[in-house]
Write a protein that binds this ligand. Structure first.
Ligand SMILES: Nc1ncnc2c1ncn2[C@@H]1O[C@H](COP(=O)(O)OP(=O)(O)OP(=O)(O)O)[C@@H](O)[C@H]1O
Length: 658
């Protein structure tokens, strides 16, 4: 018969003798018709398992101790057994506890570490806290039991206090480091974002709050504090320019951490696995060439009469092509529109396919896909012939290699900038890299107020519902903006927060402005821009930077006009760009032009592309609103809006707040 005994008192009942030998412990007595096997290595150590036999036998790993108890002295037997058990296990307990203590002292109490500590404490306390110790042995165990009990019974407040104590200590130890690492001394909130190191961490902060400085300082802190080697830290920036800028700031801070774009990460992984650098298809970098390829391919596919019929039907049903026509007109504007749609769709469709997200469009868009699929096959064949890949392949192939462990990541810390613009495909790659490591860390930095790339697949919910997507995490905010004064901060924040889905952030401005920071002026003459530049040349300090901003490329001054202005007002440093391109940039003065009724854009996304994009937002013009927020927040000293005769509703709305 198998049985288990969990307490010492049970086995000491009626004991007449107990012998401890190299084989184990032999206990004799009234009840001792049992053979116990006490495997000292096993947990819980007080559990006895055995069979009924005339003797009670408990095996020990080393059996040099020898104790014999006579005359049924149960108390003594109990004491001796406890002592024996303590001697055999105390060093293991102390080791476990001191390892835990060392870990807690060295590392921030992240969600992962808390889980480990809790489960270790639970396991140990099952053996050490549930039995009453002979009072003569209490002192022997007191401190160790105390620590164990403390961890085992941690409540929310205790955890918060413990974390706070760690943060305070690190801020103190690394004070000089944080004073110097990023050019200017970091604020407390910036420092805290660095020393808190959770497995999943999101830093949410508005424009100009110094997120980039935190990225640099975080990388520096990780390496300086010995949490990771430089080679174990990977930084990811949204675009080439941002990655270059970040890399140069890393070099200035003498950090040998690499900063990549997602595409260069993809290339790196592919090169490592395939042993050669992948070739990027010509079609990926030249939109016109890609459209020409699609146009020609559709023409050649039309040699098949079924395909021709399907294409004609699609043009009639979706593009109002003349119902009576019997042949596809390859010079029609409808076909040109379809070609553009297909060009956009290729990437979207491939991303969705790699994530297994196509089912929902298959039935609804069958009449569309029946034309698109053969085209995609030809496109893929073309790439294969070229022995080339496109940008979407870079990410999806890299993810596949990481998942299959063909690529082994050395990165224990991945720092991602502009996280609000991450797409599900890119998030999947990051996740695959993180899960490869027992303790992979993600530090995501972003601003849900500046998410402006949904049209190319960015999924804002990856930021706004970070924990749902990435697991238990710490979300932090930065509380100070350095770029612009309080009045511009208030206007821009109120404007963007009209959308109740935006996360409210409490931010204060560091700068005190002289006069209003946002000025709306009627653009009542053709040369209003030139007049404004002349005015700035006269009043602004020499070498002031001026950014001319517009919603669309076509609203920006021509190259020639810009060159002329630059030479005429050479006391200023003038640049011109779209709102999208201005993200992440700043200038002393901005001049926002072209804000007519075409803003916010009312252009509808094609239905099939809409179906493949992340869920749309209920608030009207949500992304256009954020885009205007980006434009408003680029100026360090003053933003001028040159308001056309028929102004955008955004101008009217903001003017009411002035
Ligand atoms: N602790 C600081 N003290 C003073 N200035 C700072 C501090 N941190 C950052 N800055 C300055 O604030 C400005 C904005 O910083 P940064 O570009 O990093 O902000 P950001 O949060 O990335 O902005 P955005 O989201 O608009 O791109 C920069 O001029 C930077 O030098």
């Amino acid at each position: 018969m198998q049985f288990k005994v969990h307490t010492l008192s049970r086995i000491t009942d009626g004991i007449t003798a107990m012998t401890i030998s190299t084989k184990g412990i032999v206990i004799e007595g009234k009840q001792a018709k049992k053979l116990y096997t006490w495997q000292m290595q096993q947990q819980p150590p007080l559990m006895l398992e055995g069979k009924i036999t005339p003797k009670l036998q408990i095996f020990m790993p080393d059996g040099r101790v020898k104790v014999r108890i006579k005359n049924c002295d149960i108390a003594l037997a109990q004491f001796e057994l406890q002592k024996l058990w303590l001697n055999a296990h105390i060093s293991r307990l102390r080791n476990s506890i001191s390892k835990l203590e060392a870990l807690l002292e060295r590392r921030y109490l992240s969600h992962g570490l808390l889980k480990t500590a809790k489960s270790k404490a639970k396991e140990l306390s099952g053996h050490w806290l549930t039995w009453s110790l002979d009072h003569r042995l209490e002192a022997y165990l007191a401190q160790t039991r105390y620590t164990l009990e403390e961890i085992h019974t941690w409540q929310r407040q205790d955890i918060d206090d413990f974390r706070e104590a760690f943060i305070t200590k690190q801020l103190n130890d690394y004070e000089a480091f944080f004073d110097n690492i990023a050019g200017q001394p970091l604020t407390i909130a910036q420092r805290r974002a660095c020393v808190v190191v959770d497995e999943r961490q999101l830093l949410l902060a508005g424009a100009g709050t110094g997120k980039t400085s935190v990225m640099i300082a975080k990388a520096g802190y990780l390496t300086t504090a010995g949490i990771a080697d430089a080679s174990q830290v990977l930084m990811l920036a949204y675009g080439k320019e941002a990655a270059k800028e970040m890399q140069s700031r890393l070099s200035s801070a003498q950090l040998s951490v690499a900063c990549r774009t997602f595409h260069s990460l993809g290339i790196y992984i592919l090169t490592e696995v395939e042993g050669r650098t992948p070739k990027l298809s010509q079609l990926s970098n030249d939109e016109m060439q890609k459209r020409q390829f699609i146009h020609e391919t559709l023409q050649s596919l039309c040699q098949d009469s079924a395909f021709h019929r399907n294409l004609l039907t699609l043009l009639k049903s979706n593009f109002n092509e003349d119902r009576g026509s019997t042949r596809v007109d390859f010079s029609s504007p409808h076909l040109t529109r379809l070609v553009k749609q297909f060009s956009d769709l290729i990437g979207m469709y491939k991303q969705a396919r790699s994530l297994g997200n196509l089912q929902h469009i298959e039935a609804e868009f069958e009449h569309y896909l029946v034309v698109f699929r053969p085209l995609l096959t030809e496109y893929q064949l073309y790439l294969n012939n070229e022995q080339a890949i496109d940008y979407d392949d870079m990410i999806s192939h890299a993810t596949k290699y990481v998942k299959a462990e063909q690529f082994k990541s050395n990165w224990s810390h991945i720092l991602v900038d502009e996280f609000q613009d991450i797409s599900p495909a890119r998030a999947e790659l990051v996740n695959a890299l993180l899960t490869q490591r027992a303790r992979g860390h993600l530090f995501a930095v972003g601003d849900d107020w500046q998410s402006i790339y949904r049209f190319s697949g960015a999924d804002l919910s990856l930021t706004t519902h970070f924990s749902q997507h990435f697991g238990p995490s710490t979300v932090m905010q930065l509380d100070k903006t350095f770029r612009y004064p309080q009045d511009l901060l208030d206007l821009a924040s109120d404007f963007v927060c009209q959308n109740p889905q935006q996360i409210v952030k409490q931010v204060r401005a560091q700068i005190i402005g002289d006069g209003p920071s946002l000025v709306i002026e009627a653009q009542d003459q053709n040369d209003a821009l030139q007049v404004k530049l002349a005015e700035l040349e006269m009043f602004a300090p020499p070498r002031s930077t001026v950014m001319i901003l517009a919603r669309y490329h076509k609203q920006l001054p021509s190259k020639e006009y810009l060159a002329q202005q630059k030479s005429q007002f050479n006391g200023l440093q003038i640049s011109a760009m779209t709102f999208h391109a201005a993200k992440g940039r700043e200038a002393d003065y901005t001049i926002i032009i072209g804000l007519d009724t075409s803003v916010p854009s009312t252009q509808k996304t094609d239905q099939i592309i809409e179906a493949l994009l992340p869920a749309s937002e209920a608030f009207p013009y949500a992304e256009e609103r954020r885009l205007f927020y980006v434009a408003l927040t680029r100026a360090k000293k003053r933003a001028f809006i040159l308001s056309p005769k028929q102004p955008s509703r955004f101008i009217t709305e903001i003017a009411e707040q002035l």
